[in-house]
Design a protein around this ligand. Sequence first.
Ligand SMILES: [Zn+2]
Length: 507
Amino acid sequence: MPWTPGQDSDDMVPEADSDDASPGTGGASGNATGTDPEDPPMPDLPPPAPTLAEGIQITDVEVNQAVPVPLWTNGQYVDINARNARFVQNRPALVRAYWSIDAGWQPREVDGRLRVTLTDGTSEVLSDVRTVAGPADPSDLDGTFRWTIPEALTQVGATFQIELADPALAPGGPLPASPPIVPPGGPAPLGVEGDAQVLRVLLVPVHHTIFNNCPAPAAIADVELQAMIDHLHGKNPTREVQVEIREPFPYSGNLSGFDGILSALADQRYADGTDPEVYVYGLIEHCSGNSGGLAGQAISIPDWPTPDNAWTRVSVGIRYNDEHSTALLATHEIGHSLGRYHIYCSGGEAGYDPAYPYDGGDIGGWGYSIVSETLKEPSKKDYMTYCSDNWVSDFGWEVVYPTIEEVSSWGSGQYVPEGTLLIGAVGGDEPEYWFTAPGALTPPPHGGATIELQTPEGTLEVPAFVSKRPHSNTRNVVVELPVAAEDLLGATRVEPEGGRYPITIRP
Ligand SMILES: [Zn+2]
């Protein structure tokens, strides 16, 4: 039913209108004072609708859970399939409405009223009364009407409608010539998606033991943990970010680069029985050395997550004294693990994504943090650039949305792996690192290399899946073993040009 003034009160629970009805009065309870108990109960009369404002119109409406998404523009509702970014269920959302005013407008208060209605009929009116003195201003949170839809109302099937009322006029007045109502024909879907969108991260403090002069890592402080959650949650399409902390992982290998520790952590996640959907992030203490000038690294940029490629969900980065620097870096490196490539900004970003739509790595629109409740100007940079002062673009939001949706759908502990993978890191400055892990090889082999396996049945040649590590010359080489790991008698990597490299699997 279209929501028009004067006929809107009996099919909803109007929060903003409920002050004039105290509990227990009217309705079926029939206990209103001053009435004869023999009388039938009086039905509630709907309160008169607010009188709409004259001389002001709504031009644009957008929802913002980190990136701006138009719901109404150019006089039209933006259909869900035409939107630039998806709307996450159970995540708060800022809604902003821009206005235009007639010539001769006199500054005065206007009540922006956003009605959100759920599929069960629950309805709430959020009111934003502000003085409108001039044009709307997107650069100022107070330069538009704005409301925060709480998690309880960001639900699948929810609808919205906005009207602008004049609080100086008595309710129940006549409609203006062009009523400021959007959408004018009735409520329209907010377009909330129904996916779980949970990001799980395991923080692994790395205890570097190579020189015996690096003390065991200090316990992760609450502020460090909170900063990690806030940065990951603020910039990613999540309803929840869960961060757990592992006990320190002792590592005696080289830390002048990160290739060794990445392989070791990938290996360890299987030994720990870490759930496949978990993103493992190693925290490297400053005293470990300069890490070859790198601040962080991910083991892989996987095309698509599967329970079988849990080894790809591993990255590391420096643990700084400043918790925000640590969390910024983690968001970038875990971004690689979520399938994101670099975005060009400083020029130092290797392997950047050519599909990025905004110049210079800009985020391209007014972003918003649901954590700090602040705007992010369009000239901020996407978090996959090397430029500082970053936020997230709608492009980046959409790249990681389906990945988080997929890993969230697996269910903790549900996956029973079949098969055995042989996973190696080759070609960089570090010694090769080979280990076996449960799982099947889901992508088709590519990259040219084959692995020659000596088995009790004879020699087998298996084509490998080869991918380059970000920030590194190292390549990941993966094959699925046709025999059990304990039946493997020997293995050799054979490169396309004929080079043969014996494989030593970590004992
Ligand atoms: Zn990077």
